[in-house]
Design a protein around this ligand. Structure first.
Ligand code: NDP
Length: 480
């Protein structure tokens, strides 16, 4: 038998993806795993799906029809490099190696270049949706060449999640590492989104005095409007879960120290390098780090003096928090899309932002109703300078703005941390300010380091002789 597609790596993600592929008409799926016991397990449990199972990598490669196409789903990093090498030694020019793991896009750029020099296609592909997505339909973000996309496109379209309008959630994001870059930004936005929801929960509970069962209803009702999304939906599920041990809400029995696997950190590191202020994602990464410092938290806990015993609860507080959450979320997405724009410019990708918002509408963790609005914004104006400047979002933020300010003020007064809400508002207010104190910073920089400054009233580069007679001199002749 010959297979049109193969999967290497049959842990949870790979075996689910293989089952997804095998369930689609027209696919015959070859499977291989370093340790055969895992392959055997897949055959024992789901052998009726008609897999072509290989015990050796040679048999696996021999079972693939040309151009050979294999998706690697192994541990990111060294595991991926090892499997790529095993396949590359056996593949022929025109064959396609797909890495569906969570690779760093810089590794993907390197691997694509090395394999292209050997005549092989390498397609780094972001896959979001976890185990269930892999099985039932993930959101898929492939990079790689146009040539590879011709073969791979129909296969990926057949297994991707389907958006409400019937479109599969996959698009050719761009060349080489573009897919993994966009997956990285997706995960960064996911961090921000989760942090904002967590702050809303915390404020409603600690300031608003809501009980956990009441909050289940609040999040369920929020899931009906603009905020409708997978993360809001599962928030209601998590809050509604009872702990068998205590009989109380499970959330109260879970240790409040958030972990992470590092993609949020990658997003922020790259954004820093590219000079893109993804403050919402940054605050979310930092908030997890703060939560995971129990000794520092214990040491500082007793020192607070000005936190009111019973904070004053503003009227219609839940509505205000909802508005603050929505506005902050728009900021987080605006920043994330700015990062994609900057990445595309730096690495030479042509990325259709509207198409990215479209493929995030189903299958992935940040799937949400309002992504349709983002698609509309970028389709209407592909050169849109910021999502916050789009008429729809500008209006949405304007409408909720007074509430957003009240919530941040209330959080600060009550001593309840809301770094996501407040930094999003600070970002918005920075963009919206006529003048920024950056003028003073330029003055300081010129004072201690002769770093020079521009003037508002004429062209040229200027420096004040601070330690001399404080005359202003022009350091470079103006171009006019
Ligand atoms: P793991 O990340 O746990 O990796 C285990 C698999 O990697 C096994 O099949 C293992 O083979 C194989 N492997 C590890 N090292 C090597 C090696 N040197 N040579 C050959 N095979 C090797 O599996 P998951 O299914 O959890 O994840 C697979 C990929 O998907 C990862 O890159 C992960 O980051 C990503 N992922 C993505 C998620 C998403 O939502 N998109 C969610 C979870 C993971 P063996 O059985 O022989 O040990």
């Amino acid at each position: 038998t010959t297979a049109n597609i193969g999967v290497v790596g049959l842990a949870v993600m790979g075996s689910n993806l293989a089952r997804n592929l095998a369930s689609r008409e027209g696919n015959t799926v070859a499977v291989f795993n370093r340790t055969y016991a895992r392959t055997q397990e897949l055959l024992d449990e789901h052998g009726d799906a008609g897999f072509v199972a290989a015990e050796t990598i040679d048999d696996f490669v021999a079972s693939l029809a040309k151009p050979r196409t294999a998706i690697i789903m192994v541990q990111a990093g060294k595991g991926t490099d090892a499997v790529i090498e095993q396949l590359a030694e056996r593949f022929e020019p025109g064959d396609i190696i797909v890495d569906g793991g969570n690779a760093n896009f810089l590794d993907t750029i390197r691997r694509e270049r090395e394999l292209r020099e050997r005549g092989l296609n390498f397609v780094g592909t972001g896959i979001s949706g976890g185990e269930e997505g892999a099985l039932k339909g993930p959101s898929i973000m492939p990079g790689g060449s146009d040539e590879a996309w011709e073969t791979l496109g129909p296969i990926l379209r057949s297994i991707a999640a389907v958006a409400p309008d019937g479109e599969p959630c996959v698009t050719h994001v761009g060349t080489d590492g573009a897919g993994h870059f966009v997956k990285m930004v997706h995960n960064g936005i996911e961090y921000a989104d989760m942090q904002l929801i967590a702050e809303a929960y915390d404020l409603l509970r600690r300031v608003g005095g809501a009980s956990v069962p009441e909050l289940v209803d609040v999040f369920r009702s929020w899931n009906e409007g603009d905020l409708e999304s997978y993360l809001i939906e599962i928030t209601a599920e998590v809050l509604g879960q009872q702990d068998a041990a205590t009989g109380g809400p499970l959330v109260d029995s879970i240790l409040d120290e958030a972990g992470s696997k590092g993609t949020g950190v990658w997003t922020v590191q790259n954004a820093l390098g590219l000079g893109v202020p993804v403050s919402g994602i940054g605050e979310a990464v930092f908030a997890r780090a703060v939560s995971s410092k129990p000794e520092q938290r214990a040491a500082v806990r007793g020192t607070v003096t000005s936190r009111p015993e019973r904070p004053e609860v503003p009227d219609r507080f839940a509505d205000d928090v909802r508005a603050a959450l929505y506005a902050s979320k728009v900021v987080a997405y605006a920043q994330g899309f700015d990062l994609i724009v900057a990445g595309a410019k730096e690495y030479g990708w042509e990325i259709d932002l509207g198409a990215i918002a479209k493929i995030w509408r189903a299958g992935c963790i940040i799937r949400a109703r309002f992504l349709d609005r983002i698609t509309d914004a970028y389709t209407g104006d592909p050169g849109l300078i910021s999502l916050l400047a789009d008429p729809y979002f500008a209006d949405a933020v304007a409408t909720g703005q007074a509430a957003w300010r009240r919530v941040v003020a209330t959080a600060v007064t009550a001593g309840v941390p809301a770094p996501g809400f407040s930094s999003a508002l600070a970002y918005y207010d920075s963009l919206a300010s006529e003048r920024l104190p950056a003028a003073l910073i330029q003055g300081q920089r010129d004072f201690f380091g002769a770093h020079t400054y521009h003037r508002v009233d004429r062209e040229g580069v200027f420096h004040t002789l601070w330690s001399d007679d404080r005359r202003e001199i022009e350091t470079e002749p103006s171009t006019h």
